[in-house]
Design a protein around this ligand. Structure first.
Ligand code: ZN
Length: 188
């Protein structure tokens, strides 16, 4: 696992407790907290990929209604996972964290310009924003790890189908947060 970075997708108030509340999201918070703490200890960059919508965005108008509107409380990372000063926050306006954002240039600039080689994806939802972010990561040549106990969806079925799709389509390695943390310890 060389040059890795963690990407935390949409762990925002609106997705956890607000407009698009996901009852199951609570279960992954401790695992994400643990992963982020370990990343800080082992100098693994942590990137928050956050919805920050304009009201006229396609996702808002054609599908989900108002959620994570830029500048609102709903668009902030949940208090439990509040980004630290050394973390990166990249706003997005569509499912994928790469779509018309600065995520790819950021990843390529890290590790003294060597760039990130492996992205570790966590957050919400396994079969939507995580899946679309994985697709774009795959197209750009990144290896993908998914923290299988650090992603979730509205239902168990969506979550499991999401994991299967990530594995089948993008060869995502599905690991527990503890397995990922022990890899950090080995390679740092
Ligand atoms: Zn959205």
């Amino acid at each position: 696992m060389e040059n890795k970075a963690i990407i935390i997708v949409d762990m925002l108030n609106d997705f956890v407790t607000g407009e698009l509340k996901c009852e199951r999201a609570g279960c992954i918070i401790p695992n994400l907290k643990k992963l982020i703490d370990a990343a800080h200890i082992h100098s693994v960059p942590v990137i928050f990929s956050n919805d920050a919508h304009y009201p006229q965005d396609a996702e808002v108008v054609h599908k989900w209604g108002k959620h994570a509107i830029k500048g609102t409380k709903g668009a902030e990372v949940i208090p439990e996972l509040k980004p630290s000063k050394k973390d990166y926050v990249v706003e997005k306006r569509a499912y994928s964290g790469f779509y018309e954002t600065g995520l790819d240039p950021l990843l390529r600039s890290l590790f003294d310009g060597e760039g990130v080689k492996t992205v570790i994806l966590c957050g919400l939802h396994t079969h939507m924003c995580v899946r679309h972010t994985a697709a774009d990561a795959f197209f750009r040549g990144y290896k993908i790890i998914v923290a299988k106990d650090g992603v979730d969806a509205f239902t168990q079925e969506d979550h499991e189908q999401g994991l299967k799709y990530l594995y089948d389509t993008y060869n995502a390695k599905l690991m527990t947060s503890d397995e990922i943390i022990s890899e950090f310890a080995k390679t740092s």
